[in-house]
Every structure is written in structure tokens, then in C-alpha cells.
Design a protein around this ligand. Structure first.
Ligand SMILES: [Fe+2]
Ligand SMILES: [Fe+2]
Length: 160
């Protein structure tokens, strides 16, 4: 009865798991570049995607399905902050479009619980997109090197 929803939810979890891997990679790279606040944003976003994966997995189990642990796409090994933010915004836009479509498919399958979950995820992915857009806008205005200057505030032992 809930086969369609379980299939959609497993496609969603594959996207979340891949996003977690990608954002963790960006976090490590940004930290290595000394761009501490932006590195922290990627880390916090990866944690939020993990919480999304958890909510999706709980829904799959509630519906009696199995949680597949596939990754939807491989990690892209990008080294520049600007290109990372472009990729991150692309991933969020992809998730927003996908979850909007899944919400409609779940409604058609008469599963309003799953529809509601996808609608909540759309709103949260829009929030991620907005944060990445804001950072990309700062880089466009001040250049990538501003990220290193900004990092002094985030370094342990830095003067207030
Ligand atoms: Fe997510
Ligand atoms: Fe997201």
C-alpha cells in the first residue's frame, strides 16, 4: 500500500546521505584553508542533513519498508570556496525541486504524512540555499580572501 512512498523516501535518503558526504568534504577543505566560519556553516548543514536522513528513515520504518543506504551521487572534490558554494546551492535547488515533486506524488498516493514530511524538508532546504546564497554574495562583493580575515574571529585564542 505504501510502496510508492517508500520508494520516494529511499530516493530522498540517498540524496541526503550524498549531501552529508559532500558537505563534510567541503567542511574539511574550508577548515584547511582557514575559512573557519564558512567551514562551520558546512559542518552544521551536514548535521542538519543527517537529521533529515533520520526523519526520512523513521518514516520508512513506520511504513514497514527497508532503509536503503545508497548515495545518490559521488563527492565532488572541489578546492575553491566559491565553487563549493555554487555546487552546494545546486544541490539544495535539486533537493527543493525533488521534494516539491515528491510531496505531490505522496499526496496522489493518499499519504499525507509523507507529503507533510517532504513539505517540511522543502522549507528547510530553502533555508540552506539562502545561507549559501548569502555567503556566495559576500564572496562576490569582497572576494574569497575576506573569508580568511573573517576567520580571526573564529580562531581559538583570537582577541575579542
Ligand atoms: Fe536535507
Ligand atoms: Fe539542505
Amino acid at each position: 500500500m505504501y510502496e510508492k512512498s517508500i520508494e520516494l523516501l529511499n530516493r530522498a535518503i540517498a540524496d541526503e546521505l550524498a549531501a552529508i558526504h559532500q558537505y563534510m568534504y567541503f567542511h574539511f577543505r574550508l577548515d584547511d584553508l582557514g575559512y573557519v566560519p564558512l567551514a562551520n556553516l558546512l559542518k552544521m548543514t551536514a548535521i542538519q542533513e543527517m537529521l533529515h536522513a533520520e526523519r526520512i528513515a523513521e518514516r520508512i520504518l513506520f511504513l514497514g519498508g527497508e532503509v536503503e543506504m545508497e548515495l545518490a551521487f559521488p563527492v565532488e572534490k572541489i578546492h575553491e570556496a566559491e565553487a563549493m558554494l555554487a555546487r552546494a546551492r545546486e544541490l539544495e535547488q535539486g533537493a527543493i525541486a525533488m521534494y516539491n515533486g515528491f510531496a505531490m506524488e505522496a499526496a496522489q498516493a493518499a499519504d499525507s504524512g509523507t507529503r507533510k514530511l517532504f513539505e517540511e524538508l522543502v522549507a528547510e532546504e530553502e533555508g540552506h540555499w539562502d545561507q549559501f546564497e548569502r555567503q556566495a554574495d559576500f564572496i562576490a562583493r569582497f572576494g574569497e580572501r575576506y573569508l580568511a580575515l573573517q576567520s580571526f574571529q573564529g580562531e581559538p585564542g583570537a582577541e575579542e
